[in-house]
Design a protein around this ligand. Sequence first.
Ligand code: UD1
Length: 373
Amino acid sequence: MTRVLSVVGARPNFMKVAPLHRELVARGRAESVLVHTGQHYDALMSDVFMAGLELPEPAASLDAGSGTHAEQTARVMVGFERALGELQPDLVVVVGDVNSTLACALVAAKRGVPLAHVEAGLRSGERSMPEEVNRVLTDRLSDLLFVTEESGLRNLEREGIPAERVHFVGNVMIDSLLHARASRPEPPTAARLGLQGGEYVVVTLHRPCNVDVPDRLEGLARALGRIASARPVVFPAHPRTRERLERAGLRAALGDVRLLEPMGYAEFLSLVEHAGVVVTDSGGLQEETTWLGVPCLTVRNGTERPVTVELGTNRLCPGDPAVLVDHVRRALQRTPEPTRARAGGPPLWDGRTAPRIVDVIEGFLDRGAPAGR
Ligand code: UD1
């Protein structure tokens, strides 16, 4: 039996790997094993997602932890090289754009193990983002590139990636979203927090460009504080964001913002689904709100996911954080209308992406040879 090894490392990886693992297991033609790099290690950043998404015990845990980019990437590489030697997979699958993605891609490529990248082709055009470096290099090394939206096809063509490696399959995150909604009872997150559907603002921020620059973080904290004086604002904060806010002494600037611990997948999805508006710098949340038809304000200069702006509910809010206050107010005033997203979402965001990916993987493994780099 062939063996497919999928890498998980950081929070946004789990919901991308879960549908693939489920599909591989259901078909039973290839064995599916996981390696957890340990990039995220807090229970609320990792364990609750592994359990909530019904992922199995990893075949190997690398315990790489935090550090500078070089330290983290290097630790994942050393651990993953050993894991590859022990597990001898026929294909390595990496997802997304985190440091673990690139680290494992590099090791697989150098050991001659075929490599698949799920969520290939996304480009922000900002090389100052660590994720952009991870995306470009991982795509360059991959034998199979699975693309979520049409912009990805154009980006890969422009970079000279051979078309036969590229597969437009849609967005596997939406497979997880639909699976969670079908497996409900829905967690009553809003009610538990005493919030009325459609009335509240959900915030997540963790990008270095927002939270590592003290002036920027202060501007955002003050803007959120102003929003919270009019509407309930809930902010399940990434540990790095909480640490930065505390270090900068910005708790008071946040005013009535409710700073919460990170939430589990189903719990958070329910919170987002009933929000009046979402303010974020996350990539995945731009996609989830697009599908759910919830207004999303993205606190960044650009997005590597342009379909969320073109067909979805996403709007970019670069520059002065004070502008955010106005955008939030207007988004909350707007009567929610059935968005194009509700009418089906971007092409192939239909909950059937994992089966399409596994079709391609099976064909690739049946042919028994990598496409050649
Ligand atoms: C990483 C990804 C980012 C992704 C995000 C999702 C990279 C370059 N960045 O950013 O693309 O959107 O995950 O969350 O890979 N920390 C904890 N507990 C943890 C993990 C991290 O406290 O379980 C804290 C540590 O102080 C750590 C810091 O967060 O130094 C940053 O963690 P790191 O994994 O380097 O990057 P993220 O900001 O989480």
